[in-house]
Design a protein around this ligand. Structure first.
Ligand SMILES: *Cc1c(COP(=O)(O)O)cnc(C)c1O
Length: 497
């Protein structure tokens, strides 16, 4: 299995190389040359595998330059009971007869990103060994909150790797800030940036494609890689839980073998939903993908009109991990859906860079609409979904998951399509407890986030996630701060270039 660039501007590389490089050095993203198609029979025959075994089965299809032993070791270490102390790693919870919640937040940092970032360091270290380039790997991360901590936890104290995280100083919650800034490890750095998430992401992307800076790195025996979902090593692990979810439905008798399901994904960078799409391209029976957005509804508009337009106000919402205007992985999706037409991708992404928007052709849009639906939730609607899910089902959800649930119910009432649906629950409610408690009590709450966590726990009895419990007492270890245009000099300082 080889990997090609969405922009048609790079030679084919093996999986290890795609993961080591993170993104195409000339711009563009690596995608598998073709997606391995599995017959329904093969899929169903694996329904009794445990999570680690499903991971090995799927990884082997895409990481053909890794040995079975390398893959098995990585999956076993990442998806251990210690890292995910629940049955099935990503347990499926029934809300009602045709609505299921896929809990993706049982990992060490309480957000779904652990599913990828617990395993990716293993895949990357193996990739570096295979490449025989001995330069120290520097992972640059732009985060809207959750990726940062998940990446820090995954990479901390991994030999031969340094990790540097940039987050928007006013764009993450108190708890998210503390989670990142208290991370130990001799190879971790955290920098807050005066700007929003897109500023962080742009700064990191710019550095990745800055030839002079990379030369300088090379002279100092460093090489860059990425732990953002532009790295294939982030997307691949996410395919696994869609298979796991399907098998859990099947094994509980909720669906028949081969029956289609709908999947609703609270979406930001389009990584999670893209993984679901890849799983369906492999043969997993999916009817519709509901792309659920918050007030930053660029994707909703795009899926409805074919125009992607970021010339709009950036809004800060109670689901900050989805406060994104430029969804990086959409590029991969468009490359797939156009049958690998890199001319189109180049044109659209050039337009986006020049004018802040692009418009796709009718054919492509129609093709997308066969499978994808865009819905979004206003803040009050997400809050209402938190409240009603607690009152109706005694089930506590975070504001991102609430957007997924609300979007699903909008889709259902518009279409009457009540196909069995899986809603991704992307974070523990305790990670966003202010918004959750405000939703439950219908009032603004100004007290400190840690007191809110206690109150939420008193009120609902829901167990506080271990990533949050005890966090307040931890010592702050990272205090760096910089302006948008200082990212390069900050890096020079950290790496002593
Ligand atoms: C990252 C994140 C998302 C968005 O996922 P994408 O793969 O970027 O679309 C949604 N919810 C939470 C809690 C997240 O951390």
């Amino acid at each position: 299995m080889e990997y090609i660039s969405t922009r048609g501007n790079y030679n084919k590389v093996c999986a290890a190389e795609a993961i080591r490089l993170g993104m195409v050095p000339e711009g563009g993203l690596f995608v598998p040359e073709s997606v391995p198609a599995l017959g329904l029979e093969e899929i169903i025959s694996n329904k009794d595998l445990n999570y680690q075994e499903i991971a090995v089965w799927i990884f082997e299809k895409f990481l053909t330059d890794y040995t079975r032993e390398e893959i098995e070791k990585s999956a076993a270490a990442a998806y251990s009971k210690e890292n995910f102390p629940v049955d099935n790693v990503t347990p499926l919870v029934k809300l009602d007869d045709n609505t299921y919640i896929l809990e993706l937040w049982h990992g060490p940092t309480a957000a779904f990103k652990d599913l990828a970032l617990q395993v990716m360091p293993y895949l990357l270290v193996i990739a570096a060994e295979k490449s025989e380039i001995n330069d120290e790997i520097v992972i640059l991360v732009a985060t809207s909150g959750d990726t940062g901590k998940a990446a820090l936890e995954g990479f901390k104290d991994v030999e031969g790797v340094k990790i540097i995280v940039f987050y928007p100083e006013d764009g993450v919650s108190h708890v998210q800030k503390d989670q990142m800034n208290t991370t130990g490890g001799s190879n971790t750095e955290v920098v807050s940036l005066k700007g929003n998430f897109d500023d962080c992401q742009n700064a990191v992307k710019e550095i990745f494609s800055d030839k002079d800076f990379k030369e300088k790195m090379k002279r100092n025996s460093y090489q860059f890689s990425s732990a953002n979902s532009i790295n294939w090593g982030r997307l691949l692990p996410q395919l696994v839980y869609y298979f796991s979810a399907y098998f859990q439905l099947l094994n509980s008798g909720a669906i028949e073998a081969g029956e289609n399901v709908n999947i609703s994904v609270p979406t930001g960078n389009f990584g999670n939903i893209l993984s679901a799409y890849y799983a369906s391209e492999m043969g997993l029976p999916v009817e519709k993908f509901i792309c659920a957005s918050n007030d930053n509804n660029v994707l909703t508009d795009f899926l409805n009109t074919g125009e992607y337009n970021i010339n709009r106000e950036f809004k800060k919402t109670i689901s900050p991990s989805m406060d994104i205007l430029i969804s990086s992985n959409l590029e991969r999706f468009l490359f797939e859906i156009t049958g690998h037409d890199s001319d189109k991708i180049n044109k659209w992404y050039n337009d986006l860079k020049q004018t802040g928007s692009f418009k796709i052709d009718k054919n492509t849009l129609n093709k997308i609409k066969e499978k994808f639906v865009g819905e979004f939730s206003f803040e009050y609607e997400a809050k209402a979904a938190v409240k009603s899910s607690y009152e109706k089902y005694n089930y506590l959800i975070d504001p991102h998951t609430a957007v997924g649930i609300d979007s699903l119910s909008k889709y259902r009432s518009k279409t009457d399509d009540y196909t069995t649906a899986v809603v991704d629950s992307t974070a523990s409610p305790y990670k966003f407890s202010r918004a959750v408690l405000e939703s439950l009590k219908n009032e603004n709450i100004t007290k400190d986030e840690y007191r809110i966590i206690e109150e939420l726990n008193d009120l609902t009895g829901f167990e506080i996630h271990r990533a949050i419990a005890g966090l307040e007492e931890k010592e702050t270890l990272h205090k760096r701060n910089c302006k948008k245009d200082e990212v390069k000099s900050e890096l020079e300082d950290i790496l002593e270039l």
